[in-house]
Design a protein around this ligand. Structure first.
Ligand code: GLN
Length: 508
């Protein structure tokens, strides 16, 4: 990795502002690395080097001409392909949208464009964000930079592989049930799912509208805070957007890095890997988790166990609610409006063309979810399945609310296991869904949650999850930054430097 492609985004911003490097130089360094590495890694679905260099030239010209440019101007960026980008192919990982070039930008894409970031490309993902390994992409398999035989997590696995592999300094992912946090965890990144409604969903291709949320995937906690601030804030184009000020997050990360957590009350969730709940968890994951809890204590935090009994039901509740909403959201892909159209030969009627298009355009996991969701919503079953799942959702929210009486944050492992081998779970949907065990409660309750690296198991990264009350995203950043700083100090280097130090794509 060249220096530029291993530098974190905050430092790139400083170098650019100080004139020590140009946006064209940084962009070129990343494009060179993408050209050299992405055949093996498979992180991107679309890269437009010429467009990226044009944007970079404009930023450099503005800066040289003394035009005010913001702190992010000239920093390259990758967007998950679920984010709608004007004139730039957007597929959501599905054949049904192949060839679609949207006529508008998602709000977050527009905000990042206005901030002067340079779009390197669109990253691979599980089709319509359904999956935990990125193997459900209709286009390609993405590999984990720590070990090319392993999955990079999902559904934002293109974004995680790009950032961990040095093919983008940072990236946007989306998280419906864990798709920012789990891929961040298994590739050694920081990933934050913001409070539901605090980042605009306008222009994100919808999976499950009551759960979807976009957020940052980065190499450091400070970078995540900076990227999050750039996309946050009220958007009148999204009816679920919360009308509150942009949260102050970078400041929280900087304060956290000073390492003083005196008085912070931390709850360790019993149901997520605690006593009697260790089935399906790697021993190494539980060991790193316990060490990190001890580290929090050494920084002054008061730690206690907290039981959240309804969390045991998060998995079945989520796998009814998310497919139900998806079955409705995906009805718009009918071969009429965008992307693929099959069988429109003049002899077939509209229904036949729609059926053929959906038959060929959707992959197996998407079809499974549509069938599941349609079944759960149908009359006679609605109360038994969807209605019950919504009640469980309320119970989970109550567990959180009760916990906040006693603690400031809740913690758990992010993923029960490290990255598994490519192919190991792709034919076993239940095993794939089990990867979401720890991330689903925060999704269902709409509360913010961050994953921060907490060491290695079997030579592969382990993630530590910090959950906070709604709109207290700053708490996640503060605690994560304290952990990051303490671990970096003990190690004498940043977490990802361990990856750079070993031969590309090999296991430890
Ligand atoms: N793995 C979960 C699923 O398949 C979560 C996906 C997501 O957060 N987008 O639904």
């Amino acid at each position: 990795m060249s220096d530029l492609t291993s530098t974190d985004a905050a430092e790139l911003g400083r170098l650019l502002t100080a004139g020590e490097v140009t946006a064209v130089e940084v962009t070129r360094a990343y494009l060179d690395r993408i050209a050299a590495e992405d055949d093996a890694l498979g992180a991107y679905l679309h890269v437009d080097g010429e467009a990226a260099l044009r944007t970079a030239e404009q930023v450099d010209a503005a800066r040289a001409g003394g035009t005010a440019t913001g702190p992010l101007a000239g920093i390259p960026l990758a967007l998950k392909d679920v984010v709608v980008t004007e004139g730039v192919p957007t597929t959501s990982g599905s054949k049904i949208l192949e060839g679609w070039r949207p006529p508008y930008d998602a709000t977050l894409a527009a905000r990042l464009k206005n901030a002067g970031t340079v779009l390197l490309g669109k990253t691979n993902m599980d089709e319509f964000a359904m999956g935990s390994s990125t193997e459900n992409s209709a286009y390609r398999v993405t590999r984990n930079p720590w070990d090319h035989d392993r999955i990079p997590g999902g559904s934002s696995g293109g974004s995680s592989a790009a950032v961990a592999g040095g093919l983008a300094p940072w990236a946007i992912g989306t998280d419906t049930g864990g798709s920012i946090r789990q891929p961040a965890a298994v590739t050694g990144l920081v990933g934050h799912k913001p409070t539901y409604g605090s980042v605009s969903r306008y222009g994100l291709i919808a999976f499950s509208s009551s759960l979807d949320q976009a957020g940052p995937m980065t190499r450091t906690v400070l970078d995540a805070a900076l990227l999050h601030e750039a996309i946050a804030g009220h958007d009148p184009l999204d009816s679920t957007s919360i009308d509150s000020p942009v949260p102050v997050l970078a400041e929280a990360a900087r304060r956290g890095a000073e390492g003083d957590l005196a008085g912070l009350r931390v709850g360790v969730v019993t149901e997520l890997g605690g006593d009697g709940h260790t089935d399906g968890y790697d021993e190494g994951v539980l060991a790193r988790f316990a060490e990190t809890v001890a580290l929090l204590e050494s920084l002054g935090a008061e730690v206690r166990p907290v039981s959240c009994p309804a969390f045991d039901l998060a998995l079945p509740a989520y796998y009814l609610i998310a497919p139900s909403e998806a079955s409705s959201n995906l009805a718009r892909f009918d071969g009429v409006r965008y992307g693929l159209r099959v069988g429109d030969d003049g002899d077939r009627d509209l229904d036949e063309v729609m059926a053929l298009t959906r038959e060929q355009g959707f992959g197996p996991e998407v079809k499974r979810r549509i069938i599941l969701g349609t079944y759960a919503l149908s009359s006679g079953y609605y109360d038994a399945y969807y209605g019950q799942a919504q009640k469980v959702r309320t119970l989970i929210t109550r567990d959180f609310t009760r916990a906040w009486d006693d603690v400031d944050v809740l913690v758990s492992p992010t993923s029960p296991t490290v990255a598994w081998e490519v192919g190991a779970r792709v034919d076993d949907p239940i095993a794939m869904y089990a990867a979401d065990l720890c991330t689903l409660p925060a999704s269902l309750a709409g509360v913010p949650a961050i994953s921060v690296p907490c060491g290695l198991s079997e030579g592969l990264p382990v993630g530590f999850q910090i959950m906070a009350p709604a709109l207290a995203d700053d708490r996640c950043y503060k605690v994560a930054a304290a952990l990051e700083a303490a671990q970096d100090a003990a190690r004498g280097s940043r977490f990802l430097d361990q990856l750079a130090a070993r031969p590309a794509g090999s296991a430890a």
